[in-house]
Unconditional design. Structure first.
Length: 553
């Protein structure tokens, strides 16, 4: 998300002002601070593109830092996946890979400094009592009976907390701020809690862990971050961020909030995404229906498309829902220029060309990508028996149907004109085969003497085709904003995945490598998931109905 003369936002304006006043000695240093308690999603991609884009634009520094302060929910698996995703998106942190756990000792020492200043105390209230004492938005909080403990007693108790003398939840360390503040976050927030949990990096070295509010600003300060860019839900936490740093009198980054990404027909909550995985509503974190970065990557999205999407939606101060079509258009626009066109038949209908020689085979020239002449052409085989899509034939066609029908002539892309002469049905009356004749004079799909046909069909030679599994993905949820419901899962789309077996593909795809992307002509954009399995990335921009409507005009 790079700055340009025609593309700026309020965050860039703040940084420009800081640089003009020589704040931070004219330096810019950003970071992306994920908690390793799940896989990254498209909302995190926006934060990554923004933070790395700023550092790149201003020739500054960018850190990747894990906020690993909650060992009960964090795993090395998530650390590994996040590193892979951030790297895949193109963000470069150099040698600046950090963890909050790198600073546990320093945070502990900072906490002792606050206790010595009379700004923090050990509290014995239970979690329920602390919540009750906190008050409400309309009523002030009530001071803890342990708020007046002496500095000496607090230092002793905090050290004993650190040494493991107390049980889980028995005591916490709280900041001493203002129990009557209009901002509930300033009503003596918890800084440390006791948790006997094995940390994925420090193991059992610590039994007290810092809360996010306490750790966040310290991490930024220690690393020399200049602009701490967060989503808007942290706006009410900013006074606490500032208070901790001011009390400690250490380097003080500026926290700036921007609107988080909300995308239609999905959820962007790691808790909800985890529930989908654990409830087996999806096949895993990398299920192509998931809005996770690994899911989008497996679906067939590219880093360039995601970066383009983030640039398109921009940075705002207020939350809104971005329609999924904006994300889909980002990959369509890229693949329209870069993806090789191929012919495949997903729901095959057999066509026998009766007047084509039995033993004849041809190789016809097909264009790889009309948007890129440098990609050239390829050879596609043609023979007596081919497959077309079932829905490209209609025995009793409606008025706006321009494809194949009894007695009607259509063009086979790159091949010939064919005319349907006979329809073969099974005992149940289902169409199972068509007998057609071809015009040898129309080789290459060109019409002699100005002869016109309205329909052009894609096809695959039966003799040369190979079968593959095709996975057609749709929105994960039927509702635009599933989070509106008390249980977001009630709007899960039962048709979000359709698996087709027996699809017929042109032979050039047989050796396609995993991750390769193609446009299946007239069907959409697809990605190789693994050998013999293709995922639909997105449909084509225009449906057949739109093509028909345009043709009529």
């Amino acid at each position: 998300m790079e700055k340009s003369k025609n593309n700026t936002n309020f965050i860039y304006e703040i940084i420009d002002s800081d640089l003009a006043s020589n704040k931070n000695a004219g330096s810019v240093h950003t970071r992306f601070p994920p908690e390793p308690n799940g896989y990254l999603h498209i909302g995190h991609a926006k934060a990554i593109c923004l933070n790395f884009g700023i550092a790149k634009e201003y020739k500054g520094l960018f850190n990747l830092r894990f906020d690993d302060t909650n060992p009960a929910k964090e795993e090395q698996e998530y650390v590994n996946s996040i590193i892979e995703d951030v790297k895949w998106l193109g963000a470069d942190w150099g040698d600046r890979l950090f963890f909050a756990s790198d600073y546990f000792q320093q945070m502990y020492e900072y906490a002792i400094r606050l206790i010595e200043k009379g700004k923090a105390y050990v509290c014995d209230l239970s979690a329920e009592e602390i919540k009750k004492y906190r008050g409400t938005l309309t009523e002030p909080g009530k001071a803890s009976p342990y708020r007046k403990r002496s500095i000496e007693e607090n230092l002793d108790l905090f050290k004993r907390m650190r040494d493991g003398e107390f049980s889980d939840g028995e005591r916490v360390l709280r900041a001493k701020i203002d129990m009557s503040s209009g901002n509930l976050n300033l009503r003596d927030p918890i800084m440390y809690r006791i948790a006997y949990a094995n940390h994925h990096r420090t193991k059992s070295q610590w039994c007290i862990y810092p809360t996010y509010d306490w750790a966040h600003g310290l991490e930024d300060s220690i690393e020399g971050i200049t602009h701490s860019i967060c989503t808007v839900e942290f706006e009410n936490h900013r006074p606490l961020y500032d208070w901790f740093l001011d009390q400690l009198d250490i380097h003080h980054p500026q926290q700036i909030e921007f609107a988080r990404l909300n995308l239609s027909h999905t959820v962007l909550s790691k808790r909800k995404l985890l529930e989908l995985v654990e409830g087996e509503h999806v096949e895993g974190w990398d299920d192509p229906r998931m809005p996770t970065i690994c899911g989008l990557r497996r679906r067939g999205y590219t880093p360039q498309a995601i970066n383009s999407f983030c640039k398109t939606i921009g940075v705002a101060k207020f939350n809104s829902i971005i329609d999924m079509v904006v994300l889909e258009n980002s990959i369509r626009q890229e693949l329209n220029k870069t993806a090789k066109r191929v012919m495949t038949v997903l729901r095959p209908l057999k066509v026998v060309i009766t007047n084509y020689p039995e033993d004849k085979e041809e190789e016809l020239d097909a264009i790889n990508n009309p948007e890129d002449e440098a990609t050239g052409t390829r050879k596609v085989p043609f023979s007596k028996v081919i497959y077309i899509e079932k829905n490209d034939f209609c025995e009793e066609p409606p008025k706006k149907f321009f494809r194949l029908a009894p007695g009607r002539e259509v063009r086979l892309r790159y091949a010939y004109f064919i005319k349907c002469d006979k329809v073969i049905k099974d005992v149940n009356g289902n169409v199972v085969e068509l007998h057609c004749s071809y015009d040898p004079a129309t080789r290459g799909g060109d019409a002699p003497c100005g002869r016109k046909v309205k329909g052009t069909l894609h096809w695959v030679s039966a003799k040369h085709a190979f079968e593959a599994e095709i996975r057609l993905y749709d929105h994960l949820f039927t509702k635009r904003n599933p989070s509106e419901d008390d249980d977001y899962r009630i709007s899960l789309n039962p048709n979000s995945l359709e698996v087709l077996t027996g699809a017929k593909l042109e032979p050039s795809l047989k050796t396609a490598q995993a991750g390769s992307r193609y446009q299946f002509e007239r069907l959409g954009y697809f990605c190789v998931d693994r050998e013999g399995v293709f995922n639909r990335i997105v449909t084509l921009r225009d449906s057949w109905a739109k093509i028909v409507k345009k043709g009529k005009k």
